[in-house]
Design a protein. Structure first.
Length: 381
């Protein structure tokens, strides 16, 4: 099903699969399908939509900030829980730390779930304005805008008292306004005109915090999170007299809007009908879909156990069907008099490259049924 990669090269460091995944380790939940994505570095390919977008964002920062932003794009995606969580003040009991949400290599090591994992170390090394681009990993639901591996770009900008003093504004307000101005300018640079809106939100590492949404295919699509950095993070690096802003862009989401790419799985396609449509440095290209092969819907119903989670179910489906699964959605749920809860999921199978045969889909579905029962402790109905 998936090429079993035995070693990957990450920024010049070779990681053998056995160093990362030990089958006897219950705290290791990195499947082969994910391991094989390590080291792919889509963001460093100049002819790939993710690389083209990254370069266009670099252009914006280079020309508007006189090249003050340093760029990092080959930091290893394998980080400590301290980097990924503690350093950015994620509370000890936060859901994002669970095996259900994050890929663990061992109890102290994860595949980074955001590029914010590098904020603190770069500040400690003395960097003050920087962009960090890389692949990030999350156990998540399955649909056209979510994928377990995607790319983020982190931006970070530290200000000194001279910067805000002459504005007469309070430092937090100064940083928040500068941040929004910077990101609105970036959106104009990338899209020209586009409908967008700011939404207030929460992150452990910023206050206030915002998300930017863009109107795409008749719906609002969240493309980035950002905010004014918590003072505690700056203090850790001796910057208590400063203020800073930070953002984390979802590169696939922005690229979907920019190039009109309808499904996030396409970014991983080797099909020439996809890859040949993009040229280095060309932002204006609209993707011409080469296929809308027919979908095939299969429903599966089961009584769940207490430990059941949707992410675990999606991981099982993805482990079997890989990129042939387009969407998994809960279509029915009820609890009977005995207190047993039943879920019915609809799985949408569709290849982006060819028509699937009935036989093939039935085979996938039957494997899903077997494995769900075996691994997730549920009772099929
Ligand atoms: C974060 O990851 C924060 N670290 C962002 C941040 C940085 C906030 C600095 C403040 C300061 P969030 O989990 O919302 O936030 O993810 C950021 C973006 O990644 C989202 O807006 C979305 O564009 C993208 N994203 C999230 N999950 C997925 C996914 N499964 N597939 C594709 N893109 C995703
Ligand atoms: Mg979010």
């Amino acid at each position: 099903r998936f090429p079993i990669v035995s070693a990957v090269d990450i920024g010049g460091v070779t990681i053998a699969r056995n160093d990362v995944v030990r089958d006897d380790d219950p705290t290791n939940n990195v499947p082969d399908s994910i391991f094989s994505k390590l080291g792919m570095q889509l963001h460093r390919r100049d002819k790939h939509p993710i690389g083209i977008l990254k370069n266009a964002i670099y252009d914006y920062f280079d020309s508007n900030y006189a090249k003050q932003f340093e760029k990092f794009e080959d930091l290893s995606p394998i980080v400590t829980t301290k980097q990924n969580f503690d350093d950015v003040l994620v509370p000890a009991d936060h859901v994002s730390r669970s095996l259900n949400d994050t890929y663990y290599v061992d109890p102290q090591t994860v595949l980074r779930c955001h590029t914010s994992a590098h904020q603190a170390e770069l500040l400690r090394e003395g960097h003050r304005r920087f962009l960090v681009t890389g692949d990030v990993y999350r156990r998540d639901s399955i649909d056209s805008t979510h994928y377990p591996v995607f790319h983020q770009m982190e931006g970070f900008c530290v200000f000194s008292p001279e910067d805000w003093n002459e504005s007469g504004k309070d430092s937090t307000l100064y940083a928040a306004e500068d941040l929004k101005k910077c990101l609105e300018g970036l959106a104009r640079h990338l899209f020209g005109g586009v409908e967008m809106r700011w939404v207030d939100t929460y992150f452990p590492f910023t206050e206030p915090s915002f998300e930017l949404e863009i109107y795409f295919k008749e719906d609002w699509l969240e493309v980035l999170g950002c905010g004014v950095t918590e003072q505690r993070i700056l203090k850790q690096s001796g910057l208590e007299n400063n203020v800073a802003w930070a953002f984390g862009l979802g590169l696939e989401r922005l690229a979907m809007v920019l190039f009109d790419i309808p499904d996030i799985r396409l970014f991983w396609s080797d099909d020439e009908r996809f890859t040949s449509q993009f040229k280095k440095g060309e932002l204006g290209v609209k993707f011409k879909p080469f296929s809308k092969y027919p979908p095939c819907y299969k429903d599966i119903s089961f009584w769940i156990s207490e430990s059941f989670t949707e992410n675990n179910f999606c991981e099982v489906v993805r482990g079997i069907a890989g990129d042939l699964v387009e969407e998994v959605k809960l279509i029915d749920s009820f609890t009977n008099k005995k207190g047993m809860t039943s879920h019915c999921y609809r799985i949408v199978f569709r290849s982006m490259e060819r028509s699937l045969t009935d036989e093939e889909v039935n085979d996938l579905q039957s494997k899903v049924r077997d494995e769900v029962q075996r691994k997730l402790n549920v009772e099929l109905r």
